[in-house]
Design a protein around this ligand. Structure first.
Ligand SMILES: [Zn+2]
Length: 337
């Protein structure tokens, strides 16, 4: 039901919406569009409504862009996902200011020349490839490899860019750091571990191939440890210049988001303690003193079994049910300490 304030009735009233063909003048040219207007159902007076105003502005913007053949924000987003490139690196490839594309995505209307350039790369992979090669020094090596791989795929080459970009676990770690807030190396390890366990329990596959080790402070994926150890107990800061959300997709992303939400909320120390109550880590630590270093692998089989049990015990039907487990584990941490 549409409700708004009628000046004449001096009250909140229901209104009906009519579409009326109108023209608007922009920079001396006229553009036709169908304007939405609300009318009070009691007295017929015109009602002003923010929602209708917003919708009318969108319609004017559409009419303008369509008549002038100016690219839309949806089409710009299509470019980003087609080439797996971030907004800033794409701006740089085009030789524009770093935030130009961000402004366009926020609604600024590109000039005709800029818009034509964007259409060209949207429709022409060869031209995009040319730009990437010409300006590759302006973007990072990783962004370059990812965009090249996307271009090759678009051109129908199943050929994978032969320098391996990053392993799956590294990309997942970056996603966790980017998506989580204030992630320390210790917390990152635990979030990876819980993601691995619950992904297996819900989707039947392991999230990452890598094994983790049962260190004194809980499960550790060594390659990730090495990569971020310089941050020690501080939050990890990284600069990701590609659109990581286009790379981690579907159920992987959903699961990671859930784990980040329900476990990333706790600090690394709390997460460490949680993992110490769990069978996979305990099994791998057998025969070692609490403070004794060990490189023992936490068996994937143990992880699988344990998290399947958790899933059954908590009657988890949906990944959102993981919340109950994280809360219970945290309660144990507080009660025992
Ligand atoms: Zn009225």
């Amino acid at each position: 039901m549409n409700k708004g304030f009628c000046e004449k009735c001096n009250n909140m009233v229901e209104f009906e919406i009519k579409e009326i063909a109108e023209k608007v003048e922009i920079k001396g040219r006229e553009y036709g569009y169908n304007r939405l207007i609300g009318y009070c159902k009691n007295c017929g007076e015109e009602i002003s409504s923010n929602e209708l105003n917003d919708e009318n502005l969108i319609r004017i913007d559409k009419a303008y862009r369509s008549k002038e053949n100016i690219i839309t924000t949806e089409e710009i987003n299509k470019i980003l996902s087609k080439y797996k490139i971030g907004k800033k690196p794409l701006s740089k490839l085009l030789g524009w200011g770093e935030v130009t594309l961000i402004r366009y995505l926020n609604g600024d209307v590109p000039s005709k020349i800029y818009s034509d350039q964007l259409y060209k790369i949207l429709n022409d992979e060869e031209y995009m490839d040319f730009l990437v090669e010409k300006n590759k020094d302006l973007i990072t090596d990783r962004a370059y490899k990812i965009v090249k791989e996307a271009i090759n795929k678009q051109k129908g080459n199943e050929f994978k860019y032969n320098t391996s970009i990053e392993s799956e676990i590294e990309i997942i770690a970056e996603y966790i750091i980017a998506k989580g807030k204030e992630i320390t190396p210790l917390a990152l390890q635990k979030i990876l571990y819980y993601s691995q366990g619950f992904y297996k329990a819900f989707f039947g596959k392991f999230l990452v191939e890598d094994d983790c080790q049962a260190w004194v402070h809980g499960p550790v994926y060594v390659c990730i440890y090495e990569k971020y150890k310089e941050f020690k107990s501080a939050n990890i800061l990284i600069d990701i210049d590609y659109d990581i959300e286009d790379i981690i997709v579907d159920e992987k992303r959903e699961l990671l988001d859930v784990i980040i939400k329900y476990f990333g909320y706790y600090n690394g120390k709390a997460l460490e303690k949680m993992s110490h109550y769990e069978v996979p880590w305990i099994n791998a630590r057998r025969g070692f003193l609490p403070v004794e270093n060990s490189n023992n692998i936490i068996k994937k089989e143990d992880i699988k079994e344990y998290f399947e049990k958790v899933k059954n015990k908590y009657d988890m039907l949906n990944i959102l049910d993981i919340k109950k487990y994280s809360e219970d584990q945290f309660k144990r941490v507080i009660e025992i300490n």
